[in-house]
Design a protein around this ligand. Structure first.
Ligand code: HEM
Length: 398
């Protein structure tokens, strides 16, 4: 059954949740726009798809992010787009850079960055540009050993590489996306060359040294891998922070509660990941004809398990549209599940906690400057494009 919902419609993007609820009720597996992709909206079915990589291949990323008009898209060819055993081989390489020890070592630096960026949060400043974006950008460029001067370009690169739609919105956008691929690839190759000449202790040098099963990674593999880390490390964290501040601006009482009890910040982040999933849907490609929730999917179907809907499924999370700090968030799918479970989950949680701690120590509340709020136009991500706010300092509390 094809449903008239378009996942890229501005009205859908503004608030997808009532639409998801209707899909879960009436057509939990069905074709939607754009391009008749298959949306899977119930928790149980989403989990099944994520865990069953032999039927639901991560080659879906290639189908979604590398339509013919793009040409080559590095992240559509990276680890996230592969299945075991090729995937397992690459995944083992990143654990050290994102494990608990590495994250703990990074904390003082990330905290200092959050403090520095918070100085720029003056009346009307855009929270996305001033904090939500540069903080994860700085963390990931540090991990990868990239040049901080390039931070301002990361967002455009990231938007261009992952906001790919089946047909380009305009010839200008198509031109820009192809240009971005060439630019990012060229830059990352230069970094690889520089580390080959002069190795350091950063992740790029480590990847160059790494041998997996007796084989070195090729330059193309390293390039795609680094671009994946750069973009995965940026976009979702920016969105989690943006979504959190949209919520706090609408709920000053929550901000007060977190101020009174900072130990509630981690549960706040977990519930925010459920309530406004930064990654709404992830692509998979069926490797054979199969049946899901009684619906037959042909081989080669582009399927989107919708994390944003699964996390609001009333069958799993009672009263799902209520933000509940006391909720049991076990089983939330915001970081995925199974073989591709997010490598950066620990980093993202640490970054978000430090940003919230910094803000709560300075500001009594935040207020929206305008009611106008535009969300990204993407199948995979959800977050505000811009978020100008008024930041009311703590000392003005009466
Ligand atoms: C709130 C922030 C984040 C969210 C919600 C998020 C979400 C996700 C999800 C849902 C997946 C699974 C994709 C799939 O199953 O196909 C994933 C994978 C991944 N994430 Fe994250 N992510 C976040 C932050 C980060 C950060 C900070 C990094 C740091 C580099 C990162 C790196 C990755 C990588 C490399 C993968 C691919 C793992 C694989 O293919 O095995 N993510 N993420």
């Amino acid at each position: 059954m094809t449903h008239s919902i378009n996942l890229l419609d501005p009205e859908f993007l503004a608030n997808p949740y009532p639409h998801y609820a209707e899909l879960r009720r009436r057509s939990p597996v069905c074709q939607v726009e754009p391009n008749g992709i298959w949306a899977v909206t119930r928790y149980e079915d989403v989990l099944y798809v994520l865990k069953n990589h032999s039927l639901f291949s991560s080659g879906g990323f290639k189908a979604a992010w590398q339509p013919p008009w793009v040409g080559y898209n590095p992240i559509a060819n990276s680890m996230i787009a592969t299945d075991p055993p090729q995937h397992t081989r690459l995944r083992g390489l990143v654990f050290r850079a994102f494990g608990p020890d590495a994250i703990a070592r990074m904390e003082p630096r990330v905290r200092a960055t959050a403090e520095k960026l918070a100085d720029g949060l003056v009346e009307g400043a855009d929270f996305v540009q001033k904090m939500a974006l540069p903080l994860p950008a700085s963390a990931i460029s540090n991990i990868l050993g990239l040049d901080e001067e390039l931070l301002p370009y990361f967002k455009q690169w990231s938007d261009d590489l992952i906001s790919v739609t089946p047909t380009p919105p305009s010839p200008e956008v198509a031109e820009r996306v192809r240009g971005t691929v060439a630019k990012v690839t060229g830059y990352v190759r230069e970094v690889i060359e520089a580390r080959r000449r002069t190795p350091t202790d950063d992740t790029v040098s480590e990847l160059l040294r790494a041998e997996v099963e007796g084989q070195r990674l090729s330059d193309a593999e390293i390039t795609d891998f680094l671009i994946l880390l750069l973009i995965a490390g940026l976009e979702s964290t920016t969105n989690l922070l943006g979504n959190s501040l949209v919520f706090l601006a609408a709920h000053p009482e929550m901000m007060e509660r977190l101020q009174a009890e900072p130990s509630l910040i981690p549960p706040f982040i977990e519930e925010m990941l459920r309530y406004e999933s930064p990654g709404q849907g992830i692509p998979r490609l069926t490797s054979a004809e199969t049946t899901l929730a009684g619906v037959t999917l042909p081989a080669g179907a582009l399927v989107f398990p919708m994390l944003g809907s699964a996390n609001r499924d009333e069958r799993k999370f009672p009263d799902p549209d209520r933000f509940d700090l006391k909720r049991n968030t076990q089983g939330v799918l915001a970081f995925g599940q199974g073989a591709h479970f997010c490598v950066g989950a620990m980093l993202a949680r640490m970054e978000s906690r430090l940003v919230l701690e910094t803000l709560l120590a300075r500001f009594q509340r935040v207020e929206r400057v305008s009611d106008d709020l535009q969300y990204q136009c993407a199948l995979t991500t959800r977050g505000p494009i811009a978020l100008p706010l008024r930041y009311i300092p703590l000392r003005s509390r009466v």
